[in-house]
Design a protein around this ligand. Structure first.
Ligand code: KG4
Ligand code: ZN
Length: 328
């Protein structure tokens, strides 16, 4: 079998353009990330057309930087791994197109990677000895998924959201609270100064392993409407803390249940929302000593190409460079 020693990863699914070089699927040689936050800030959210064009403009330079950072030449690359989905269609198309172009020009095999698998593999970059079986909670701007990964290449979604993803809920709540884009980190900071008990909000709870955050969002909207002009800085901070607590406890209630159903030795919490301060603290408490918890460092929690390279490397080792399906 081909060695797939060095994998070049490309990530363009949303508003981060990233190129990385990863060795043996576990060791990051370079991971260059360009965030488009400034581009979209004025619009209050990601504008897909602008995002796609910016990916296309940035990729050549990021590619040079990633190769330079890894002290690698195109001829050293054994595999190219590119995010195939899920994500914004136009943005994905840019990454896949560039990946296909490079694969043809360099005569290098190409593999398409499911973005969410990437978020799980981020944990293996953080802890190279980590192996499945594992239970994963992927919480990002588009997903709140509980996954079971009995072995490399096998993923089964055992829980998901009925409506908003956790990151989406944070972003919308942040907007209601007058915080800028991206909302999650801003809400996290504001919540640190608030008291969740002063303005409690309901904690969503559906049967089974399903999530729902739309009711909680509406509760926040009504509370803010009731407070009207009288809303103080302190109220906003307390509401941010209450909202954050409800989302985090809901995420962890189901993780706890999933861990009881599937008592795996390893738990991974990953995706952009895993950068959240309260989630990081509470996840450690909830998992306790039942399993080993891995939450990648912040720069590997948000979108990056190193995690895509890691997932691509392992899927190629599974047998081939066939494209995984777009969904789970
Ligand atoms: O994984 P990611 O970078 O992109 C997607 O694949 O969606 O996740 C982005 C999401 C955004 O919704 C952002 O607001 C949220 O992660 N996020 C946070 C924090 N940092 C990022 N949410 C809460 N607290 C944070 N500290
Ligand atoms: Zn993501």
């Amino acid at each position: 079998m081909q060695s797939h020693g060095l994998t070049l990863g490309i990530e363009t699914s949303c508003d981060e353009t990233s190129v990385a070089v990863v060795e043996d699927g576990r060791r990051i040689l370079s991971n260059v990330i360009h965030s488009q936050v400034d581009l979209h800030k004025g619009f209050g959210g990601v504008v897909p057309e602008l995002a796609a064009r910016d990916h296309l403009e940035r990729l050549p330079q990021l590619l040079d930087l990633a190769l330079e950072g890894a002290r690698a030449q195109p001829a050293d690359i054994d595999l190219i791994a590119v995010t195939r989905g899920p994500g914004l269609a136009g943005c994905l198309l840019v990454g896949v197109g560039v990946g296909e172009g490079l694969a043809a020009a360099w005569s290098t095999p190409l593999t398409g990677v499911n973005h969410l698998w990437g978020h799980i593999y981020a944990a293996m970059l953080a802890r190279p000895e980590l192996e499945p079986p594992l239970l994963g909670l992927v919480v990002s701007g588009a997903h709140s998924d509980l996954v079971r990964m009995p072995e490399h290449g096998r993923f089964e979604v055992i829980g998901r959201t009925r409506d908003d993803a956790a990151g989406e809920a944070f972003d919308k709540a942040a907007r209601m609270l007058g915080l800028g884009y991206p909302g999650g980190p801003a809400l996290d900071r504001l919540a640190r100064t608030g008291d969740a008990r002063r303005q409690p909000l309901p904690q969503p709870s559906l049967p089974g392993l399903e999530y729902s955050f739309s009711g909680l969002k509406t509760a926040l909207l009504y509370r803010l409407r009731d407070l009207g002009e009288t809303v103080s800085e302190r109220d906003r901070a307390d509401l941010a803390a209450a909202f954050e607590r409800s989302v985090v406890e809901s995420l962890l209630e189901k993780l706890d249940q999933a861990l009881r159903d599937h008592p795996y030795p390893e738990v991974v919490v990953s995706g952009g929302v895993a950068a959240n301060t309260l989630l990081r603290k509470r996840a450690a408490e909830v998992v306790g000593n039942r399993a080993r918890l891995t939450m990648p460092p912040l720069e590997l929690c948000t979108d990056n190409a190193a995690m895509i390279a890691a997932a691509g490397h392992h899927s190629a080792l599974q047998g081939s460079t066939v494209d995984p399906s777009l969904g789970w």
